[in-house]
Design a protein around this ligand. Sequence first.
Ligand code: DX5
Ligand code: ZN
Length: 221
Amino acid sequence: MTVRIAPSVLNADLGRLREQIAEAEAGGAEWIHVDVMDGHFVPNLSYGAPVLRALRRITDLPLDVHLMVERPEQYIEEFAAAGAAHFTFHPEATTHVQRHLAAVRERGMRAGLALNPATPPNILLEVAGDVDLVLVMTVNPGFGGQSYLPAATAKIGRVRAMMTDWNIEASLEVDGGITTATIAEAHAAGADSFVVGTAVFGQSDPAEAIRALKRACLTRV
Ligand code: DX5
Ligand code: ZN
């Protein structure tokens, strides 16, 4: 099965963004994950469209944007124009989830729905035809460097089964605490795309770290 690595720039050295992205590309990263935080939906602040525009200038890889913000619909237009390829938001952060998923697609981006650890995955069935990407959070969002929650593995399996049963053709991405020690478990449970922060940009050789993550996927089930 597919293994896509999406290094998270939250954990990159922003003063060396161009070099860090080049290292991710050299290691075979498929997407670049961009964590947008507003200090309300999660207790942390990060960045928005200016950083997306900077990334767009330095890489051709799809920008996998994860919005941990209230009322994410406010940013659909701006982020599409800034070059986002995927626009993933949390259903708790807004009221008209289906309408906004459709608006994301209309602006030419892939529409993603993010599920926090305590969020029941059943909402997926209500928007099965509107989703291109499901992001299962394997930590409570807000910060890099947290530990993978063991209960997440069973949830990944449940989401994969729902996607199979309902013919939902979407990527199943996981985010939080993914390392060479946890990636195989998440992959075996059904994840195909992996956000990795600390275990890529917290390492002295990010390119080799990505290769090691891909190897770890294949060596244990
Ligand atoms: C967490 C973010 C993640 C974060 C992952 O709230 O959504 O994308 O950057 O970092 P690690 O891999 O260190 O858990
Ligand atoms: Zn994220």
